[in-house]
Design a protein around this ligand. Sequence first.
Ligand code: ADP
Ligand code: MG
Length: 242
Amino acid sequence: MSVIDVKNLSKSFGSLRVLNDITEHIDKGEKVVIIGPSGSGKSTFLRCLNFLEVPTAGEVIIDGVSLTDRKTDIDKVRRQLGMVFQHFNLFPHLSILGNLTLAPVKLGIMSEQEAKEEAMRLLKRVGLEEKAKAYPNQLSGGQKQRIAIVRALAMKPKVMLFDEPTSALDPEMVGEVLQVMKELAQEGMTMVVVTHEMGFAREVATRVWFMDEGAILEQAPPGEFFDHPKNQRTKDFLSKVL
Ligand code: ADP
Ligand code: MG
């Protein structure tokens, strides 16, 4: 069964139609990389997957549970989707350990002690255990983003959504964040990643989607996608970014 099932998904803001009747599914363990021009609806699509945006029409089903069903406990489903944003969104007034333990403890998923142990394990995994007591403003952009990723992982999500996770980073910090994402991919995590990092897409993606004007215009495994794009708009886009 698909982990993510999207049926005839449309989203409008007022009269602006941003997503146009998208039907797609993503299987367990898949790594879908979404590329496309600015304003094509990539962020809106990710945000509809966890109901940060409510679809105008259509259905989003996560692991068999319909988010668009009024009886569904949205918060419960949302916990299965970890999300990482361009601008980290760490809590500035909490230590790194506080950032990692807040949600699991508050939501009653772990005891304080369990959450701390899990947080230290995750920090070790990304080589930042000595930062446990530091505050976000004492970290580099690359470190903050690695923390944001493990903070999402602390909730033990089934899927990880990434919205341009390296776009706000200085170039020398991009690699360390992509490395964490590659390791996550190797461990079998289901991932949906909006990025301009074409090298990452080629190396990690099981499928690449090209989004334009609220639709998935073309998709293929990365080799085929990058070497033999079919749609003229995909070709034009790739000629600008590659
Ligand atoms: P992308 O991530 O591909 O750059 P977005 O999904 O952010 O594209 O935006 C797609 C379109 O929707 C843009 O025209 C953007 O201005 C518009 N949009 C996004 N969010 C909102 C919102 N909350 N209200 C109004 N318009 C929005
Ligand atoms: Mg965006």
